[in-house]
Design a binder for this molecule. Sequence first.
Ligand code: FES
Ligand code: FE2
Length: 329
Amino acid sequence: MIQPMIEKSLWHPVADERTLGSSPMAVSVLEHPLVLWRDSSGSVHAWTDRCPHRGARLSMGQIAQDRLQCPYHGWQFDTRGQCRLIPASAELKPPAGYCASDHPVAVQHGLIWVQLQAQAEAEVPPFADESSGLRLLNCGPYDVASSAPRVVENFLDMAHFSFVHEGWLGALEHPEIEPYEVQETPRGLLATGCKAWQPRSNLHSTAAAQVEYTYEVTGPYSAFLSKLPEAGSTRLTDWREAIGLFVCPLTAESCRVWFRLAMADHESSDEALASFQHTIFCQDQPVLESQQPKRLPLDPRSELHTSADRLSSAYRRYLRRLNITFGVC
Ligand code: FES
Ligand SMILES: [Fe+2]
């Protein structure tokens, strides 16, 4: 029996909510093209981007009176996906099976999320929300020529700080990674007691400092970290921050990446906060895209490991346990 692909029942981020205006938008996930559109009540719809009549791309069509009209022969579909008008056979009442194929949609963390296959128990990966009192801001998207799991693993990896982020998140004189703890959680993984010596750990750093990290893997393609620098090393008092990583697997070897920043900073501009994160990710991206193979190898014998890599090794075992097949090898 062919097993259904578990990835299809996960929630995937496909677009920044603010970028969906009054026109249909083409996006994709797991090599599956989707059209997003918004009706007059503000609700978002996500359908397979293929007209059931002759296969044209619905995202090339237009929205009128809460219907999406196909660009080819003008068939109109209502908010439930039901065809309501066939202009060339206007007297025909379209039968119930004349439908666009729709998918569950959620809006969370400022992003639009889609499930390709409905599964009620699946949840959008958690992250800090308004109740945290932190400033929330999205950064991205970044289109990355590597697999989603390689991007997640890079996010969890501390041993590259001294080299890729030298002078920022790491220093050449402090490359060593002290032992830290990794444990499984109902949702994924938790790593605690992770420490890094960082010359400039955030936008307001005034001195190099020891920074304590906590990492949580919240799904196969999502994670977040919280970091706390030593007292006195940051211009803002009570500084704390968390960074969420949400990755949309486009193909097995390419993905779209968003970061969600949650910061105890209500004074800096959005641009200043996003620009720090942008600088850091632009340091990561070329190395990430150079990694071969682009899919993450799950066989432990395929690459070499040390104790500093215990979180990434645990992440690979976690993907294996879940039977993830997309973006891995
Ligand atoms: S292909 Fe869409 S209306 Fe014909
Ligand atoms: Fe990095």
